[in-house]
Structures are given as structure tokens and as C-alpha cells.
Design a protein around this ligand. Structure first.
Ligand SMILES: Cc1cc2nc3c(=O)[nH]c(=O)nc-3n(C[C@H](O)[C@H](O)[C@H](O)COP(=O)(O)OP(=O)(O)OC[C@H]3O[C@@H](n4cnc5c(N)ncnc54)[C@H](O)[C@@H]3O)c2cc1C
Length: 458
């Protein structure tokens, strides 16, 4: 980035929106993953027109631009692999409208997810997507990664709540994709191509989100099982028995050993598996439903089933559930978070085969996650960083097993930089070729977030 380019950027976005100082740029060189690369310049736009100007300059001077929300991604998606401009969307954080009559919200991409959830809740409305990082990540980042969370089992992922969006393309042109209505089938579905594209096709500058009425009641149940297999039997019985809980989370026995002391239950550390189940909906109905679910858990062999007695304990349990990964990371010199998905009926079989990989590759694997949709957070750890190459081979072997069971290598975190070497394990060459062609149509010069999902063309 020479002085001419920097001056041109200052001219179009203003010096207030530009960070040149190395110390201030450094924090923008990493997300929550392992990869690091300090950007040459950070641009903090407040309007989409500034982003258009930045992209026009990138097109003219040929420098890379990497969009960033709040940097909580786990796949290195927001790391500026080739330097250039890091475009931080954090300052575009206005909730532009909450429309109660039409059940929609219009937001800028930098809105923190929890702020949106709370703002619509104050209006008696509900925005269900709930990534565990919800108090530190942005809606734009959620859209770019199609973030999910415990509520997916009932409500789906972020994608299911985006009706339309505005995006700036690598050329500097702005497009609208999708609709503001509940339905719309006009032309190819560019909306759902941009959602989940990890900032490689366009920069999301505005979102039209679908809202629901806030469910008036919520009930939480916890159940301890002697084995994960019995817990998973219960999950299948619940879901095939006509119940649609809004969360079914599990912890395996290794996670329980690690965080069991935090859980407000005496026997937590000695159990084989733990389920946290919630139902939401109409008062009276949710109580009946959670009772039936409790009975199913007991029938499937739960040693203990308890209702969360009050909202304080419920909140605490969720905090602990969110803390699991943090504790694992703190306890492990080598820590690699993977987020595979297997068909629900195969979760127990899959987790049961993990000790084989642990023995063979010298790693310890903690598993927890969304039992209701098969998304397992595999926290792969080891004591000795010098064994990293072996651990990476172990990870590949685990992913191959996931695929052989009909699963997928990522349910939430995306590919970014961290998983691009595994892409061809899952996608056939023709599929990858088509995806690369799509990238070329949007971004023929490879300016936007280059080197993510695929390597750049040589
Ligand atoms: C403790 C913790 C828990 C987590 N739990 C979950 C979870 O439960 N579910 C889940 O899905 N993820 C989870 N994540 C991962 C992460 O929080 C999500 O991927 C989140 O959606 C990223 O949002 P962000 O604003 O931090 O985006 P960033 O990390 O800044 O960026 C992520 C990607 O989106 C692109 N991007 C960001 N904003 C835009 C934009 N406006 N336009 C175009 N591209 C953009 C970036 O280029 C990058 O590729 C977790 C992470 C942590 C650290």
C-alpha cells in the first residue's frame, strides 16, 4: 500500500476512518482462530458509499480487502491473509427499524447480535439465532458465516431469518438481494449465495431480518445419563415423538469432568452425559411438553431429571454451557475447535469411536454441542505443541470418519483459512470448480477476501 493509495483512501473515506498506526492495526490481524496477519491499513466506514469507494480504489490499484465484523470467527475468515485493507464493519451498527406490523427488522451489519435480540424483545418480538458468541459477534458476521446455535433445532440458522440484504460487490457496485416479504422466487437466489459466503463475494451493508412474536413461556430441563448412547436414544425419542424443543444440548463425560463443579447439581461430574433441553411456546403447553420430555428421558435411562427451578439458575446453566470451550482451551496447550455434523442417529456411534483416534494420534477430544441437529463441537487438545503435525493428521482422520458416516466437516464455523485444506475431502472436483467460477463472476480480480475457502488461482 503506497502513499498514493493511502492518500486516495483518505480522500474518499476521510482520515477519521483510517487506522495507520501499527499498534492499533495489530488487533485486526487475528480473529478467534490461530492465523495472524496484520493488515497494511484498517478502514472503519460508517456508510455503504464509503465501502463502494474503497472497492473502486481496490479495483483500480489492485489491493486486497478483507471484511471483518467483530472478529469472533474461528476459521480465520476475517484475517487479511495478503495484507491490504481490513474493512471493519463494527462502526456500522445501527438498528434502522423494528417493524412490529410486518415482523421485520432492518439493521446495519455491525450490530452486536445480543443487542438486536434485546431490542426486538423490548417490542415483544423474537430473533431466534443464538450463536454462543452472541454478546461479542455481529449480525453481518453471522450472515457471512450463516451462524447457528442451540435454537437451530427448532428455528434454523441465521440464513432462515434473512429476508433480504444489500451488499457492495468487489467492483464497487451495490446490489440488493432477496425481498422484504415472506416469500419471493424471482430469479436465482443470490441472497442465499451471499449468506454464508464468508466475505468472499460481497460486503454486506444492510440486512432485512425476519422476526417472530416472542414466545411467552420457556421451560428448561436437565438430565444426567450413565452413557452418551442412552442420552442420544432419548434425543431421538423426543424428536421423533412429536416434540420440537428449542434447544437440546449435550456434554460428554470429559466435559462434565471439566465443568461439572460449576453446574448446580451434586452428581454432575460422575455422569456419563448431560442433556440440557428447552421448550418454548404457550404457557400451559410448554409445561406439559417438558414433563413428557422428562418422562421420555427417564424411560431411556436418565439417572436424574430436573427442571431449572428459576430463571437465574437457567441463565447460569447457559453461561456454563458457553464456558465449556473456554475452560477446555485454557486447560490445553494445543487446542483445535472443530464443528462437525453427523446424522442425529449417529452421534453416539461417532463419539464412541473417538477414543480410537485419541489413542492413535495422542490427542484428547472433548465433545459437546447441539444434540438436536447433530452438530458436535469437537475440541481437540494435546499437551505438547511439538506434536501438532500428528494432531493435524488425527483431525483429518476424524473428518474422514465424519464424512463416511454421512456427515459434514463444518456446521457453523465455515472454511475460512483454517479448513480449506479439507475442502476436497467433502466436495467433488466439479463442485469446487463451479464454486471457483462463481467467485470469479463476482470478483474477477480476486480482490475480496482472497485465499479464503479456496487458495487463489496461481
Ligand atoms: C466463544 C465463541 C463461541 C462461538 N459460538 C458459535 C456458535 O455457537 N455458532 C456459530 O455459528 N459460530 C460461533 N462462533 C464463531 C463466530 O462467533 C461466528 O462465526 C460469528 O458469526 C462471527 O461473527 P463476527 O462478527 O465476529 O465475524 P468475523 O469473525 O469478523 O468474520 C467472520 C467472517 O465473516 C466475514 N464478514 C464479517 N462481516 C461481514 C460483512 N458485513 N460482509 C461480508 N462479510 C463479512 C469475514 O470476512 C469473515 O470471513 C463462536 C466463536 C467464539 C469465539
Amino acid at each position: 500500500m503506497n502513499d498514493d493509495i493511502i492518500q486516495s483512501l483518505v480522500n474518499v473515506v476521510g482520515s477519521d476512518c483510517i487506522i495507520q498506526d501499527l499498534e492499533k492495526r495489530e488487533p485486526f490481524g487475528q480473529d478467534a482462530g490461530e492465523d495472524v496477519r496484520t493488515p497494511d491499513l484498517v478502514v472503519e466506514p460508517t456508510r455503504s458509499e464509503q465501502i463502494q469507494e474503497v472497492m473502486r480504489l481496490a479495483d483500480r490499484f489492485h489491493f486486497p480487502v478483507t471484511p471483518r465484523g467483530l472478529g469472533t470467527g474461528l476459521a480465520g475468515g476475517a484475517v487479511p491473509l495478503f495484507g491490504g485493507v481490513l474493512l471493519s464493519l463494527a462502526g456500522m451498527n445501527r438498528i434502522l427499524a423494528v417493524d412490529r406490523k410486518n415482523l421485520i427488522a432492518v439493521v446495519e451489519p455491525g450490530v452486536v447480535t445480543i443487542d438486536l435480540k434485546q431490542a426486538v424483545m423490548a417490542e415483544g418480538l423474537f430473533y431466534p439465532p443464538d450463536p454462543a458468541s452472541l454478546d461479542t459477534c455481529s449480525i453481518g458476521g453471522n450472515a457471512a458465516t450463516n451462524a447457528g446455535g442451540p435454537a437451530c433445532v427448532k428455528y434454523g440458522t441465521t440464513r432462515d431469518f434473512i429476508l433480504g440484504l444489500e451488499a457492495v460487490l468487489p467492483s464497487g457496485e451495490k446490489i440488493n438481494a432477496g425481498v422484504q416479504t415472506r416469500k419471493g422466487v424471482v430469479g436465482y437466489d443470490l441472497l442465499h449465495l451471499l449468506v454464508g459466503s464468508e466475505g468472499t463475494l460481497g460486503i454486506i451493508t444492510k440486512l432485512i431480518l425476519r422476526l417472530l412474536p416472542l414466545p411467552p413461556a420457556i421451560m428448561t430441563l436437565v438430565a444426567f445419563f450413565p452413557h452418551l448412547s442412552t442420552a442420544m436414544d432419548a434425543v431421538i425419542r423426543i424428536l421423533t415423538g412429536g416434540h420440537v424443543p428449542c434447544a437440546i444440548e449435550f456434554l460428554d463425560h470429559k466435559c462434565l469432568e471439566l465443568v461439572g463443579d460449576l453446574l448446580p447439581f451434586d452428581n454432575a461430574r460422575s455422569a456419563g452425559a448431560f442433556l440440557l433441553i428447552e421448550t418454548d411456546g404457550i404457557q400451559g403447553v410448554v409445561e406439559r411438553e417438558i414433563e413428557e420430555i422428562g418422562t421420555l428421558c427417564v424411560e431411556c435411562g436418565a439417572a436424574d431429571v430436573m427442571l431449572a427451578p428459576d430463571s437465574r439458575k437457567r441463565r447460569r446453566m447457559w453461561e456454563i454451557r458457553r464456558e465449556v470451550a473456554l475452560r477446555i482451551e485454557q486447560a490445553s496447550p494445543v487446542y483445535v475447535p472443530e464443528d462437525v455434523v453427523v446424522p442425529m442417529g449417529r452421534i453416539a456411534d461417532f463419539v464412541a469411536c473417538l477414543p480410537e483416534f485419541e489413542r492413535q494420534y495422542g490427542m484428547k477430544i472433548y465433545s459437546f454441542g447441539h444434540a438436536g441437529d447433530g452438530n458436535i463441537h469437537l475440541n481437540i487438545t494435546a499437551d505438547d505443541p511439538a506434536r501438532r503435525k500428528m494432531i493435524d493428521r488425527g483431525i483429518e482422520a476424524v473428518l474422514i470418519r465424519v464424512l463416511s458416516m454421512g456427515g459434514t466437516i463444518s456446521g457453523e464455523h465455515g472454511i475460512g483459512m483454517a479448513k480449506k485444506r479439507f475442502l476436497s475431502l467433502e466436495l467433488a472436483p466439479e463442485n469446487i470448480r463451479l464454486q471457483r467460477e462463481i467467485k470469479k463472476i463476482f470478483d474477477p480480480k480476486g480482490l475480496l477476501n482472497p485465499g479464503k475457502i479456496f487458495d487463489i488461482d496461481s
